[in-house]
Ligand binder design. Structure first.
Ligand code: FCB
Length: 476
């Protein structure tokens, strides 16, 4: 390797004119106003109010209060020069019980938001599902139940009719891996179930929901939106004797379980075999794969770090170090004699304990474009949590986050130089927010939120990003 290149700190790299610079958030993480204007409860309301599930008992009841402060937040985005904003629509605001009656006040909120973005020249990139399943649907079985797919398709039709004239990009799901495996397998995310077979049924129903939602959005959108889905890929490293086998298994479970049906119209044979002791996949019905395999314009890629795995050597797998990432269900499926263990990786680390590995992003983008040469890509999330401190002058110096972003933008640029069709990049996150099981303890924003006063302050990384967007070149 060329001296210095490994650091991924190339200043001056220029991004092409069509490249989109944005930032991302999600409804439950920022909106608050959990019971206002007819919003129904979601699985994250229930989960966060269950003692012991979320750090410090934090909930999204108030979060960043974006529901009330959306207008000044839009001004902030404009001030940062954002070209696009990736947000999610809260299903329980639109349909409080997941099915049936539509809540006009919920639609009105997103109409204000979308119109406000357009008025400021910011492209709306709307995700339909960023994990806030209406609780009533979970009570009826959740994603392991096929009826949830029908409900999701109907919800997609409603938002397609409401905003399909104006949305720039529709994204069906955010990280179905988390919804399925963390929600129904490992249990660190809502609804907190520990049922391996249900987790795999959820994988399939999320895939089917994606396909059916795309069909509904296409049927109802009168504008010319682009269609997408966001996946969190596992960039794998292996250790020990069975390294290759461990990587193959996790690649099947975590990556190809989604790209297989969505982009190729089939489940990988090895996935079905690996999981045969858990389920016979009888929930896959005739016609499902054709429904899932719908064209998309852009594939959303979320990337934070790499994952290192090894085949379980007969000793009980070490407890996974992280309830949020790097878990892949532990893959200790009952009935399988060999499991895969996630092992600690070399640092440096962010405040999440995730290793910082910009080369993993370059590798991922190149590998995806080799596997799916026709598929345009977009980084829909990348960013880092660090424990920021406010300086005496009120500014928020966050050199580590700034450095993380610099290195990952460099990695993205290098992937483009190697021929990857990368259309844009959304920094996670615009604001410090409710970081799921970690509550408000982990700050990912390029804008600080004081959770006592709800005041926003652009961090140094936010100023740096503004400069990047303005000049289209990685600043010194
Ligand atoms: C991703 C989620 C996002 C945020 C980041 C840190 O898995 O999509 O909501 O929590 O991780």
């Amino acid at each position: 390797m060329v001296e210095g290149r490994a650091d991924y700190r190339d200043a001056g790299l220029v991004f092409p004119p069509g490249f989109t610079f944005g930032s991302a958030t999600a409804s439950y993480q920022i909106e608050g106003a959990a019971t206002e204007d007819g919003r129904g409860p979601s699985i994250w309301d229930t989960f966060s109010k269950t003692p012991g599930k979320v750090w410090n008992g934090d909930t999204g009841d108030v979060a960043c209060d974006h529901y009330h402060r959306w207008e000044s937040d839009l001004d902030l985005m404009k001030d940062l020069g954002l070209e696009a904003y990736r947000f999610s629509i809260a299903w329980p605001r639109i349909m409080p019980t997941g099915t049936g009656e539509v809540n006009q006040a919920g639609l009105d909120f997103y109409a204000r938001l979308i119109d406000g973005l357009l008025a400021r020249g910011i492209r709306p990139v709307a995700t339909l599902y960023h994990w806030d399943l209406p609780q009533a649907l979970e009570d009826a079985g959740g994603w392991p139940a096929r009826a949830t797919v029908d409900a999701f398709a109907r919800y997609a039709e409603v938002v397609g009719e409401a905003f399909g004239d104006r949305a720039h990009t529709w994204t069906t799901l955010n990280e179905p891996w988390c919804s399925a495996y963390l929600g129904y397998g490992q249990g660190g995310h809502a609804p907190g179930r520990h049922e391996p077979a249900a987790a795999l049924a959820a994988v399939h129903h999320l895939n089917l929901g994606h396909g059916r939602a795309l069909q509904a959005l296409r049927a109802t959108s009168t504008g010319t939106p682009e269609y997408s889905v966001t996946l969190n890929f596992h960039v794998l490293r292996g250790v020990g004797d069975g390294a290759g086998e461990a990587m193959r298994r996790i690649d099947a479970l975590a990556n190809r379980a989604f790209t297989g049906p969505m982009l190729r119209g089939e489940y990988p044979e090895d996935l079905l075999q690996d999981t045969a002791g858990v389920t016979d996949w009888a929930f896959v019905q005739d016609g499902d794969l054709a429904d899932i395999h719908q064209p998309i314009d852009v594939l959303g890629v979320n990337y934070y770090s790499t994952a290192t795995v090894r085949l379980w050597d007969g000793v009980s797998p070490k407890q996974m170090n992280d309830g949020h990432k790097g878990v892949a269900g532990g893959t200790a499926w009952p009935g399988s004699d060999q499991a895969v263990e996630f092992v600690e990786q070399p640092g440096p680390y962010t405040a999440m304990g995730w290793n910082i590995a910009p080369e993993g992003l370059e590798e991922l983008l190149v590998s995806l474009s080799e596997q799916f040469p026709e598929q345009a890509l977009m980084v829909t999330e990348n960013g880092a949590a660090f424990d920021d401190e406010v300086a005496p002058d009120g500014s928020v110096p966050d050199p580590e986050r700034l450095d993380y972003l610099r290195r990952h933008f460099t990695a993205a640029h290098r992937a483009m130089a190697r021929g990857v069709d990368l259309r844009g990049y959304f920094v996670w996150s615009l604001l410090d927010n409710f970081e799921w099981g970690y509550g408000y303890a982990k700050r990912f924003g390029i804008v600080r939120v004081d959770f006592d006063t709800l005041e926003r302050t652009v961090k140094d990384s936010g100023r740096w990003y503004r400069e990047l967007v303005r000049t289209r070149a990685i600043p010194e």
